[in-house]
Design a protein around this ligand. Structure first.
Ligand SMILES: [Zn+2]
Length: 325
């Protein structure tokens, strides 16, 4: 049986998976990225971790690498705020010779995640898909006519860095008022903090308790209290959901997608967040552009980017005509 290997290089952890061409997960491993030790040391560590999966009869036909950063059209990591030493990394050039010349496909992690969701997850079978990954940052990916849309230089899809408000709060990219400044974890914490300040002692009791359990006011604390039925936290999620829906309405008017997939930690709140988002998207988007559009939660979980990267590598392999039957 032929196999594929996918890698997701994140700021703190590196996830690796070995899957069948149908996407069945055979094995997975996670190890710390330790970017501070430098890229060369990381490449060596990664190569020795996955080498056993590349050799023998079941050896991988292709390797997909997803990176938490912008990847240009040559497969070079050009901007990686959480992996500074990896900027300039020509991924295939450095990995492929170390792994017997295997085909290496490189992608931004959110693009890989979106591809995984389209092949195996929440956007299965859809041709026009947007993915918004709500985490510390807000990542985006665009699939048009069944193909990942990469733009002129490979770096399209930055749906989190679209301006919502002139002179809004600062964004991690150096600009201000971007979607990420509102829907990233920090933005949501600021919104929640404002609501906490305005609440009575009795109203804030449950959320404060969840904050103590989490060690801080963060999206997990809000989600946890909301799931337990806390009215203040539910109403915070409603506010966030309304904003998310408004943002999605913008995308719907531009792209007329079939599905918008919401991933990342914040999406774990599920319908507590997505139900108000659907309502506000419906109110804001044009009637024709929103016809039939679905706003859904990602399905593939923490391995989505690694699995998606492996599937992208499979696509690159069949395009290069090397796929054996
Ligand atoms: Zn930004």
């Amino acid at each position: 049986m032929k196999t594929l290997v996918g890698v997701d290089v994140g700021g703190t952890a590196c996830k690796t998976v070995r899957i069948t061409p149908e996407g069945e997960l055979l094995q997975e491993k996670v190890f710390p990225t330790r970017g501070e030790e430098g890229r060369a040391a990381f490449v060596e560590r990664l190569a020795s971790e996955i080498e056993p999966w590349m050799i023998g009869e079941d050896g991988a036909e292709a390797l997909g690498v997803a990176v938490a950063g912008l990847v240009d059209e040559t497969g070079t990591v050009v901007e990686a705020p959480n992996l500074l030493d990896f900027e300039g990394w020509k991924v295939a050039e450095e990995l492929s010779p170390r792994l017997g010349g295997v085909l290496v496909e490189v992608a931004n992690d959110v693009n890989a995640m979106a591809w995984g969701e389209r092949i195996l997850g929440a956007a299965r079978g859809a041709s026009n898909v947007l993915l918004l990954a709500l985490g510390t940052g807000v990542g985006g990916a665009i699939i048009i006519d069944g193909k990942l849309y990469r733009g002129t230089h490979g770096v399209a899809g930055e749906l989190g860095h679209v301006t919502l408000q002139v002179d809004g709060p600062p964004c991690s990219c150096g600009q201000s008022g971007h979607v990420e400044a509102y829907l990233g974890q920090k933005g949501i914490a600021v919104l929640a903090g404002g609501r906490l300040d305005a609440a009575t002692e009795e109203e804030k009791e449950k959320l404060l308790e969840a904050c103590r359990e989490e060690g801080e006011l963060n999206t997990r604390a809000v989600a946890r209290a909301a799931e337990a039925g806390d009215p203040l936290s539910l109403s915070i999620l409603q506010d966030v959901g309304r904003l998310l829906g408004l943002v999605c309405a913008n995308y719907v008017n531009i792209f007329n997608p079939e599905v918008i997939v919401i991933g990342g930690g914040v999406a774990l709140s599920g319908d507590l967040l997505l139900a108000p988002a659907r309502r506000s998207m419906k109110e804001r988007a044009m009637r024709a552009t929103q016809r039939g559009v679905r706003l859904v939660r990602a399905e593939l979980g923490l391995s989505a980017a690694a699995i998606g990267a492996a599937l992208l590598a499979q696509g690159a392999l069949s395009e290069s005509g090397e796929m054996e039957s």
